[in-house]
Structures are given as C-alpha cells and as structure tokens.
Design a protein around this ligand. Structure first.
Ligand code: GLU
Length: 470
C-alpha cells in the first residue's frame, strides 16, 4: 500500500459508507452489515524436516446472514489480519452483488509457498485444515474456503481430504471447499472462472452504449488496446479470452520483474508459456521489456485491467493513468483516494466487487454439484439432444430437404458441464451488471459504479436482515 492512502480495509469501509449513505436504511443497520463478525488468529506448529515451525493463519467471517460463509485462502509472506478482514468484507458484498447465496469470509496463512516442498506444503495445509475444523471454520454448511493468491486446486483437495477424514459420516464432506480438481469433486471451468467473469463483465459493459460513451469509448471490444497487470490465473485467462475471442489487442503485460510492450499486440499464450518456463517476462522477445513495470500502468490504452495485487493504483500514480476504462480484476487494486482522482478525470471503473466475482460464482456451482452428487448435464443432455433431433426432423419434412450437416450437429448438441457453467456464469455477470446500473441510474445520490455496486449489495443484505427481524 502506498503511503498517504487509506489502508485496504479503510478503503473498503469508506466505499461502503458512501453507498450506505445513499440508501435509506434503518438506524444502525449499515454498521451491523459493515462490521466483521469474527476473526480467528491461529498459531500452529508443524513438524518439518528441520524441526518444528510455527505458522500464523487467520480466518475472518465477515458476515453470517446466509450460510455457509465463503471465500478463498491466501498463502502469502506478507499476509496480515487487516488484509484478511478487508478481503472477507469484499466477499460479503461480492456474493450479494452476483446473487450467490453465501456470506463473506476469507483466510490467509503467513507463508511463502515457494520456499517449501510439495510434501511440506501438504503437511502444513492439512494442519491448517485441522485448525480451521477444530474452530468450526470449515464445513459445507458453515464455512467453505477456495483458492486465492498462492493456493490452488491441489491444496483444496488436501483440505477436502482432511475434512473427509475428520468427518467420515458427512455425506457432503467434499462441499467443505471449492476449487478442487474435477476428478476430486471439482467442476469444469472453475480455474478459468474469474478471468472468464472479467471477460463477460467487460462484454456486458460494451452492450450498454451510454456507459461506453461515458467512458469516452465507442464500438465494441474488437481492436481495443488493453494493458493487463498480472499474468497469474486471473490475468492470464482474462487476457487470453479477450485477445483470442473478442479481438482485443493486448499492448502491455505487467509482471513482478517488469513489463512487455508491443503496440501491435502481444500473444498472451506465448508470453504465458515464457513466464511458466523462466519465471519472468524478461528475455521474451514478443515485445519491448520495460524494467519498471509499474510505469506501464501509465501508458495510453483503452482498458487497463489490474489483475494482481491491491493498492497498485494509488494517490501516487492515479493522475498519470491514461486508460479510459479500468476493469478491476484483482481485489482492491484502486485505493479509495485514487478512485476519487480517477473519477474526476472521467475514468470509468468497473469495480472489483462485481468484476472478479466469477470465481465465487463458479464455486457456488461446484458446491451445488457436490451437494447434488451429480455432474451438470448428466440427467438432461441426451434428452435435449433427442428433442433437437425431433425438431430438425420436423423442419426437414416441412421444407422438404435436409438441413446442412454442420448446422444440424450444432442444433442437436446437448450441453456438457463446461457449457452449462459458462452459460450460468455469463447470465450471472450480465444480470448483476444490469442491477448495478439500475441502482446507479435510479439513485441521484450515487455517482459511480463502485458506489452503485456496494449499494446494490447492501440493499439486498439489508432486505435479508429486515425479513429476519420482522
Ligand atoms: N478467492 C476468490 C475470490 O476472491 C474465490 C472465492 C471463492 O470461490 O470462494 O473471489
């Protein structure tokens, strides 16, 4: 976090307050919704090769108006409680915004995962799962973690397995965590989900011509110049889909060691492969290497997608940002203070609380799959294909000639799991965008999309509280 800006947690709370002030809520309710219900700090020893090592972890349950509470677990050397609380709060608002029936939670472990072997990480993760379980912070009906920075599928399967061992009679045990590998109770499309959600969110923005005009843009995604910060899971998928499917031009990619720039466009897949092989962008000949990567945030472009850390756009650089649209794929990439500067400059911001909710949305689908114990499409795929065949037969007999074979195959194809997951995610992202826009357009006290997104979340949570205490 840059000095002089509000902290991440204070930024989240300040944005919340702006939105709550624009709503007519019963006295004290906003405060109740904003308050983090519980934070647990855990210190636990793990026996590793060199002896015992003590680890510090947290799980914050920001809200419990619906259960389970949901949110990722981050493994990072600089994780701290305040950051976990901020991220847990964002989870509450995120789930509400995209109409996913979860409360908000988040966890972190203070660790640099790169410094440990796979066996050690397994040992540490299983111990963390035991600690969470012991404190009632893990379970399909209470609290369901997922991957976040520094964690992934494999760790989620260790957590699920550990929970299963601790609760052998729990038939829904695997639903205690999402983001698992598909062969271990995961769902197709979870890995790409956050990046895919970013793509769907930006596509939906371009369907609203008044928004496009307000951002001083025109047309659609085709040919738009995009800068991506962070080529991790979220940034990679968002950039790849926008380049390959929407025809956008990725002019710069920023990573930890620097940035690559090419005005004509970068091949995302090629650069990602280079990063996987060498652990850095330097040396990749696809573009000009810029050592001070953060400078690349300030290059001219249509869309800037920060997809890595919080606080990368702060008071110190907001004034120099030239993007017309900022699409927040990371959690909290723009500080509260930077937000004010950017809005004054006329930059349109699609906020994190909405735009990166694709991950938790598909986590919800995975959780539903685990509870139903059946893969999406298993019951109706053949039925839908048979219906399609009947319709084609009718059409062919009506026009008295056979339909084109390719078109026929398309019409007859029943949906598989990945198709259904993407369709559910797209619908979710489009609907939530429209709800936020409606909140913005209908409330004269709201002047930007972040405030509108928060207001949309708060309104829905307040309604739940209202009906509970009638
Ligand atoms: N860590 C992701 C997020 O920040 C996913 C959370 C989840 O799937 O529960 O949204």
């Amino acid at each position: 976090m840059q000095s002089g800006d509000l902290s991440f947690l204070d930024s989240v709370n300040a944005s919340f307050d702006l939105a709550a002030d624009a709503l007519n809520l019963p006295n004290g309710l906003a405060h109740q919704i904003r308050t983090c219900n519980a934070v647990c700090e855990m210190k636990f020893g793990v026996e590793l090769q060199g002896g015992y090592e003590i680890f510090t972890g947290w799980r914050a349950t920001h809200s419990e108006h619906i259960l389970p509470a949901k949110g990722g677990i981050r493994y990072a050397p600089f994780a701290d409680q305040q950051e976990v609380e901020a991220l847990a709060a964002l989870m509450t608002y995120k789930c509400s915004i995209v109409n996913v029936p979860f409360a908000g939670s988040k966890g972190a472990l203070c660790i640099d995962p790169k410094k440990y072997s796979l066996e050690e990480l397994e040992h540490i993760t299983r111990r963390f799962a035991q600690e969470l379980d012991k404190r009632g912070l893990l379970g399909p009906g209470v609290n369901v973690p997922a991957p976040d920075m520094g964690t992934g599928q494999r760790m989620m399967s260790w957590i699920a397995d550990e929970y299963q061992k601790l609760h052998p009679n729990e038939i829904n045990a695997r639903a205690c965590v999402t983001g698992k590998p598909v062969h271990f109770g995961g769902v197709q499309g979870r890995i790409e989900a956050t990046g895919r959600g970013v793509q769907y969110g930006i596509q939906e923005f371009f369907r609203h011509k008044d928004d496009v005009k307000n951002a001083n843009l025109s047309g659609n995604l085709e040919g738009k110049h995009i800068i991506i910060q962070g080529l991790g899971n979220v940034g990679y998928h968002a950039a790849k889909f926008l380049e390959e499917e929407d025809g956008a031009i990725i002019t710069a990619i920023i990573e930890r060691d620097g940035a690559l720039f090419n005005e004509k466009g970068l091949n995302v897949e090629l650069i990602y492969q280079h990063k996987m092989e060498h652990g850095k962008l330097e040396g990749c000949t696809a573009g000009t290497f810029i050592k001070d990567g953060n400078k690349a945030l300030e290059l001219p472009c249509d869309i800037l997608i920060p997809a890595a850390m919080e606080g990368v756009i702060s008071k110190s650089n907001a004034d120099r940002i030239q993007a017309k649209l900022i699409a927040e794929a990371a959690n909290g990439p723009v500080t509260f203070d930077a937000d004010k500067i950017l809005l004054k400059k006329g930059v349109f911001i699609i906020p994190d609380s909405y735009l990166n909710a694709g991950g938790v949305t598909v986590s919800y689908f995975e959780w539903l799959k685990n509870l139903s114990h059946v893969r999406f499409g298993r019951m109706d795929r053949r039925f839908i294909e048979a219906q399609g065949a009947k319709i084609i037969k009718l059409i062919e007999s009506g026009i008295d000639k056979p339909l084109d074979e390719v078109a026929k195959m398309e019409l007859m194809k029943g949906p598989d799991e990945i198709t259904l997951v993407r369709s559910g995610l797209e619908d979710t992202m489009c609907e939530a965008y429209q709800e936020i826009k409606e909140m913005h357009d209908s409330n004269p006290k709201i002047h930007d999309r972040r405030t509108a997104a928060y207001a949309s979340a708060i309104r829905k949570i307040a309604d739940i509280y209202d009906s509970m205490y009638l």
